[in-house]
Design a binder for this molecule. Sequence first.
Ligand code: GLC
Length: 488
Amino acid sequence: MGQPWWREGVLYQIYPRSFADANGDGVGDLAGITAKLDYLQWLGVAGIWLNPINPSPNVDWGYDVADYTDVHPDLGSLADVDRLVAEASRRGIRVLIDLVPNHTSNQHPWFRERPDFYVWADAVPNNWQAIFGGGSAWALDEERGRYYLHNFAKEQPDLDWWHPEVRGEFERILRFWFDRGIAGFRIDVAHGLIKDRELRDDVGSERVHSMNRPETHEVYRGWRRLADAYEPPRVLLGEVYVLDIPAWAGYYGSGSDELNLAFNFALVHADLDAEQMRAVVSATEAALPPDAWPCWIGSNHDVGRLTTRWCRGNEALARCALLMLLTLRGTASLYYGDELALPDGHVSPEHVRDVAVPSRDPCRTPLPWTGEGGWENPWLPLEDTSRNVEDQRADPGSTLHFTRDVIALRKESVDLRSGPYAELPAPPSTLAWRRGNGTVVAVNFGSGTAEIESVEGAIALATDRERQGESVGGRLRLGPAEGAVVQR
Ligand code: GLC
């Protein structure tokens, strides 16, 4: 029997304002995504997840939600969501959206009408620090003469997840979107919802009371029951920004009663260094309960693009990183542009739109569709279009074709889709692992040649496209920044 689609398939993250612009106003939109579904189908992804699409004053570009059950007019309407879901489904692509349950916008009607939904204190009660803006996470509400909690910007008040009606509202929101055919949620700040009941001080830089409370797990057990009651079951994918791997793994619960997937930020924070990567992968494999399934990313709208962050622009290394993400045991989620080895864009100080310092805008610039860009006056600058969809699609030797071929190989190979992971001995700078019985993957992140012993079969796919089909009789030789999949 096959596994659920989100285990076997590959996910693709879309930052809607920067993916594709259908109405030519310089801001990407839902109709733009719909218009590019043929491209995503050609690439072979099984699901897309969209950064927030809800109405928002955009202090934090959608992560300050003013209405959870509507669409920001810049991006379209609920009818556009329905059209996107229907058109995606015709192409075998599922649509997940971002849910921001930790905080709302201060412009959400709840903030005025239901102050009891938020976390308040008569005086600053503790040392909690805001992630944006610096300083205390408590701000004075002049009107009420009391302080409210904001773990992020002061325009993003934190909800009080001890409040049963807050929980009830979110169950209603989950159902609203599930009933519309949304396949699941990427859950923002998934580890943050519950705050320490006594508002005790955080310890050093560890957010042990302002976030990471064990009581949060109960919320996900409830959501999982709700998501599993749908047919097909809906997917919960958490932004569990927890670097301690056993604590992170806890968000999978027993393996089948909390989140279905959680992004692995320990890998994101590792360098593209064989020792560091191996350590994260083996700790992850050891920590996850048997029924749980890893989820790998190298880029997103916060941490930057892997081609810049891990590979300093080097395209051969980016292919190695993509090969690793797509062939480890688990679901890979690519960030729009990863498939082109797109580096971070350049955003000069006068064009910065982000609330965070340093700005995250360089990884949010528009996707270059053609050598001219394919955008008119985009909301963030698009300068370098040298790696663009049109040119790479026309070139079978491109990274785009490479990425597509890895995704296709994964579809064909039961080992790559679902085979167990086993670490293999490999020389320094090199990672090698077995999937299932008949597949070995090896990548060389180093600048010298490396040889991996005891590999038998033929190269099914390699970052150097010329090597495909080469037979391997015991020793796999990899040049610098080279990787290969060998099948028996
Ligand atoms: C998450 C989002 C990030 C946002 C923050 C506050 O980390 O990924 O973009 O700024 O939450 O909502």
